[in-house]
Design a binder for this molecule. Structure first.
Ligand code: URA
Length: 270
């Protein structure tokens, strides 16, 4: 038998996904609305104890229709594993659509129309699960959490909260001139502090001794995305170690319109 994510057919999620905001709320010059909204990954059956807020979907997510399945997702799945959380999580992003251009993410961090729909998701998730901890990945997700908590209409939540560096922090820091090794050390130090704090608040699915990160994430820190998190029938290489989706194009328009999907060589039948 193959496990799969049954999707959004039941209440309260059916109504939520049926009513998603489009280009009137997410300006197409700043968000890749043409790839459609990508809502979540993880449990929608009331069993989530950890609620995670990511940033925005990228190429892999546009294909699988679930968030945080590429390198960022696989790195963070390893963090959940160290916390003893193998299944009892649910992840949403700050933005339903992929951010286009560097400034757009920051420019819309406090956008009230974008927040309104996102708050419906957050309210629904804390109302229909017994969430013990919320974890935000990166600065925009942190703003998202605090915007939600400071809205007097938000559902009550008094569990733990951890704001951690985004899983791709070392890569973006290196791209803007920081030493990659130093950035990795900052990430693992930051994640280790959060793991230590959260392990006091989160009931694990599987009790494991707290095993902290070393100075850098290695390939063994990339956990596999569980089959149960993706829609039925997606091939296993979509959860594999290697990247398999990339935006390609000779100019910015073509690149925005194209995601090249290639089966990793060692995953091909022959
Ligand atoms: N993919 C996502 O869905 N979210 C992130 O924050 C990063 C990559």
């Amino acid at each position: 038998m193959h496990a799969f994510d049954p999707g959004y057919a039941h209440a309260p999620y059916a109504a939520l996904v049926g009513d998603y905001p489009g280009p009137e709320t997410y300006p197409p010059r700043e968000f890749r609305v043409e790839w459609g909204p990508i809502f979540h990954r993880g449990r929608l059956d009331g069993s989530a104890r950890v609620l995670v807020i990511g940033q925005d979907p990228a190429g892999h997510e546009a294909i699988t229709r679930r968030i945080l399945v590429g390198t960022a997702g696989r790195r963070f799945q390893g963090f959940l594993h160290r916390l003893g959380i193998d299944t009892s999580y649910v992840l949403i992003n700050t933005y339903l659509y992929s951010v286009y251009g560097q400034q757009a993410g920051n420019a819309h961090a406090k956008d009230r129309d974008i927040a309104r729909y996102r708050h419906r998701w957050l309210d629904t998730l804390v109302t229909h699960n017994e969430i013990e901890a919320v974890i935000s990945l990166g600065g925009l997700a942190n703003t998202c959490f605090h915007t939600w908590r400071s809205d007097p209409h938000s559902a009550p939540y008094d569990g733990a909260y951890a704001h951690i560096l985004h899983p791709t922090f070392p890569d973006s820091a290196a791209a803007s001139g920081t030493d990659f090794k130093a950035a990795m050390r900052r990430l693992t130090t930051n994640w280790n502090s959060a793991l230590t704090a959260l392990s006091a608040d989160v009931t694990p699915d599987v009790q494991r001794p707290l095993d902290l990160y070393g100075e850098a994430l290695t390939s063994s820190d990339l956990a596999v995305i569980p089959e149960a998190d993706l829609p039925a029938g997606l091939p296993s290489w979509m959860r594999s170690d290697e990247p398999w989706a990339a935006r390609k194009g000779a100019n910015s328009q073509e690149k925005r319109a194209t995601i090249e999907v290639r089966i990793p060589e060692d995953e091909r039948p022959f």
